[in-house]
Ligand binder design. Structure first.
Ligand SMILES: NC(=O)c1ccc[n+]([C@@H]2O[C@H](COP(=O)([O-])OP(=O)(O)OC[C@H]3O[C@@H](n4cnc5c(N)ncnc54)[C@H](OP(=O)(O)O)[C@@H]3O)[C@@H](O)[C@H]2O)c1
Length: 329
């Protein structure tokens, strides 16, 4: 191939701009494995990069897209051969490495995971970083003794990619779940994903005291700020809060009272630089015992082309996510 399509982000004197353009392999950051990309997905982080609303890319121009699935064309690493089906999430793609919003990507071998049997290339990207992160949160909560008997798990940013898949995984793992959302009109969608209860965020009494009445067994938080502070005040003794996102605010406020008087744990969730063995194990879980039911029907909002990515990214930064956009290359 001589040239191929990519969505590249440029920094110009007037700000960041995304453009669909023709590039060559030499334009891409190096990597041992050349992948013909089949699908990518749109995460909140991609939306920040494409719209220029967040400092995600480390240098310009850069192909955005933190996730990809596809087929190996060529590999100088003995672990992969042409025809292998693979996926990659995070690992620097779409940040300091050229990412998945292109027909081809050069990927470091240690960023790649063989596509587990039980997932299609499309399903892998319907899950993408969102699904991987939700799985990492569940794993860390279980490792820290979260048990369904502790009570329901509150999930914030519930209509988003991470939130929606977290509901599905938690439900499948036997937990009762409560979706805390800014879109109460999405109640039916959230219940179908796995929410037992749907709570409108605007109607929540956030409280002010260091400890409020403990109602949640644990929580998965995608918002940060005031909502995260509320969760620390209302999680029951020995519950875990998986801290994933900052869709509302990067602020972490509150007191140590919940930690020292209730044994509440804040679990840091970081999906980018993850030990390879964890990646393999978590994708194995997502393709097997934790596989959400009806991935295409319930989680995919739309399959879009590269040209539609900027518009979809605007919707995500405006908080209008409802399921996942999958990008077909
Ligand atoms: N730690 C990690 O490694 C990691 C990995 C993946 C994602 N994240 C972070 O986790 C968060 C969720 O990611 P995602 O990909 O699931 O995002 P998404 O699909 O865009 O969903 C975000 C959801 O957050 C809620 N929200 C509330 N206020 C918002 C606001 N001001 N702007 C945007 N959304 C708002 C909305 O849900 P409701 O309307 O239902 O409330 C929205 O659907 C983001 O902050 C992302 O950066 C972190």
């Amino acid at each position: 191939m001589t040239s191929f399509k990519a969505l590249r982000i440029h920094q110009t004197p007037s700000g960041v701009s995304a453009s669909l353009e023709s590039v060559t392999l030499e334009d891409l950051t190096p990597g041992e494995v050349l992948v013909r990309v089949a699908f990518s997905g749109l995460n909140y982080k991609d939306a920040l990069a494409v719209t220029g609303r967040g400092a995600i890319l480390r240098s310009y121009p850069r192909v955005a897209g933190i996730d990809l699935s596809g087929v190996v064309e060529h590999s100088s690493d003995a672990g992969f051969k042409p025809g292998d089906r693979v996926l990659a999430t995070g690992a620097g793609l779409g940040e300091w490495l050229d990412g998945g919003f292109a027909e081809y990507a050069r990927v470091p071998a240690d960023a790649l995971v063989p596509l587990p049997s039980g997932l299609s290339l499309l399903e892998a990207m319907a899950l993408g970083t969102a699904g991987f992160t939700a799985a990492l949160a569940l794993r860390r909560m279980l490792e820290n003794h979260q048990d369904p008997a502790h009570g329901p798990i509150a999930v914030t940013g519930a209509t988003g990619g991470v939130g929606g898949i977290a509901l599905a995984l938690l439900k499948r793992a036997g937990f009762a779940t409560a979706a805390i959302t800014g879109k109460p009109e999405s109640g039916a969608f959230l219940r179908e994903l796995g929410a037992d209860e749907v709570i409108e965020r605007a109607g929540l009494d956030l409280g002010r005291k260091p400890l409020e009445k403990a109602v949640w067994g644990g929580a998965v938080d995608n918002l940060g700020g005031e909502v995260l502070a509320y969760l620390t005040r209302t999680v029951k003794p020995w519950g875990n809060i998986a801290c994933i996102g900052l869709a509302q605010s990067p602020a972490l406020t509150g007191t140590v009272m919940p930690l020292i008087l209730r044994g509440v744990s804040l679990l840091g969730i970081h999906s980018v630089q993850v030990p390879h063995a964890w990646r393999l194990a978590l994708w194995g879980q997502l393709a097997g015992p934790w596989r959400p039911a009806g991935i295409e029907q319930r989680i995919v909002r739309a399959v879009i082309g590269l040209e539609s990515v900027p518009e979809a990214a605007e919707a995500l930064v405006a908080g209008q996510a409802r399921g996942r956009f999958v990008v077909r290359l």
